[in-house]
Design a protein around this ligand. Sequence first.
Ligand code: DP6
Length: 328
Amino acid sequence: MERTSAARAHANIALIKYWGKRDGPGNRPAAGSISITLDALASNARVRFDPALDRDEIRLPDGADAARVAAFLDAVRARAGIGTRAEVLSRNDFPTGAGLASSASGFAALALAASRAAGLDLDGAALSALARRGSGSAARSIFGGFAEMRAEGDDPHAVPLLDAGEWPLSVVIAIVDSGVKAVGSGEGMRHTASTSPYYAAWLDTVAADLPAMRAAIEARDLTAVGELAEANCLAMHGATLAARPGLAYWRPATLALLETIRDLRAGGLPVYATIDAGPQVKALCAPEDADRIAAELAKVSGVKTTRVSGLGPGAHTVEPDAVYCLKS
Ligand code: DP6
């Protein structure tokens, strides 16, 4: 029987970073992580399992990895006990190649669309564990607002902490024109884990930061959340810089943005930086301060553009017609 399903999911930014995997397949994290899901950056996926197809037909945004999606479809088929091939269409609502990672939103949307199209009706935990097989950070994008990836168990998954509406926060994303292709996160974390003398210390840092971040979120304490997020991100980059050879994701503008954020903070504005496996800087702040912070960050030399985002919802199904093809 032919079935079509479509879904939408939003990108997330980690406040406590996922940077290291356990041995073996399936992106099982070495430690937990905590993130916020963003409303401004979404991916859509439409999946149709069709017995008439003799191979998977996968249409993705430029730069996305079709082999990774094909392997993910195999995981969905294994779970559903089917061998049927699929047609997949995925697109992002934000410009690809603009330095905004889309594997989290992309695989979260795909996990929901593909599992439904395969006839599965998974709960949030099972869906999150499935999304993780596509990309570790995708497990968190199944949930909106604040989510925590738990590292325990053979098939780890994320859990929701707070819904988006329970504590509105904003993130200002400053896109740096790097002109340099970054080492992908999977490769970067493997290299860090196997060569950095600070990797063990990084895992100890995460173990201490997770309960502190949970408490800070529970207390809706922006200062504590921001200070922890900024420190945790710098520890991740410290371990990565100390790998052999050292891996530097930053560009000069990345450091200039970090300094500007600290200057704004010294001037009394509560704003905190976090940086993933690339040169972009994300500034965490209260919604009422976001436009002013975006204007300040846009002035930093080397910044291409800024975007402001609030917190967004978890993965949800949409009408298949909502996912159209911009080009074939
Ligand atoms: C720095 O989820 O992209 O953004 O599991 O190999 O797909 P894979 O890695 P990915 O790693 C994200 C790394 C990070 C931190 C984070 O999002 O927690």
